[in-house]
Design a protein around this ligand. Sequence first.
Ligand code: AMP
Length: 373
Amino acid sequence: MTSPLAPGSTIGILGGGQLGRMSALAAARLGYRCHVYAPEADSPGMQVAAARSVAGYEDAAALSAFAAAVDVVTFEFENVPAATLDILAPLVPCRPGVEALRIGQDRLLEKRFFDSAGLPVGPWREVASRADLEAAVAALGLPAVLKTTRLGYDGRGQAVLRAPEDLDPAWERLAPRPLILEAFIPFEREISAIAARGADGAVVTFDATENRHHHHILDLSIAPAQVPAEVASAARAHVARLADGLGLVGLLALEMFLLPDGRLLANEMAPRPHNSGHWTMDACLCGQFEMHVRAVAGLPLPDPARHHDAVMKNLVGPESYARWPDLAAQPGVALHLYGKSEARDGRKLGHATRLLAKGSLASAGDPAALAPV
Ligand code: AMP
């Protein structure tokens, strides 16, 4: 695929969650049709799609039919089974690309890739056996964080080890193996940055964002991160370097720890739109979902040009979601709801972003006080 996709073309999206939904909405604005492929019929993405395949990720016949019906395929989650990619990739252009997905779904490959790209990372060890765990703890000390290398998200698949007696239960509980042990990083803040890389290799980055979590789930994003200018530009440079190194076509989000001495350590990456970039939909001329669609469709990538400061609040679980009528009534707040049929605890059901005059966060005190509630 060398020339940009013409309006009216069809973008295939694998996955039916909110990231696919918001990508499909951005694609529709540019005149594209989206065909969503997911196992669940009434998923957030399906609700806004022009065409749908309700089928499993390893259903070869359904995947082949999907590939034949679309002009390009993208993914709204990184844990795409290898078998799925093996079927799709020979049939249709897949973006961000097989390599980016392969590395993004495995913490060990990710850490090695950060190292090879020259990004600073905290100390870590691969843990394939109980003896490895003993040795890793001896090397890194306690506290430390033991994580699965695959299929972990929102704090699932990890355990903080504080004392020797924490090793056995964590080793028994965490699967699949191998695991990874990371030194516990006494970070001051968590920062993320998102890059988009186009089919022509051009890279743009969004402003660095500060993220605050509640029960391991993103609660607030503050943009731009209120950090020294050199920290913010280092965060953007790190993610741009990774996007280039992966040669991906699409978006790459990088989560980092900011240490008290101003250094950044890379933690985790995701080759897709990211929750910490939701503020860009309302505070930038071209938000992350449009940027994703543009990259996937081979369109030029504009400067994201943030025109407001922003504080994004995730609506997680029924209690938070129940506030939607108030949020819908607040001036200066952009509300996004994902159409999920069940408002379960711990589920991301929507988000709300308060827009503030550009530059005003710097003198606004604690940005958390400005979160839409
Ligand atoms: P992750 O799934 O790697 O993004 O981890 C989820 C959250 O756990 C992070 O956002 C941090 O708040 C915390 N965390 C993860 N790894 C570490 C670490 N090595 N040291 C301290 N906190 C961590």
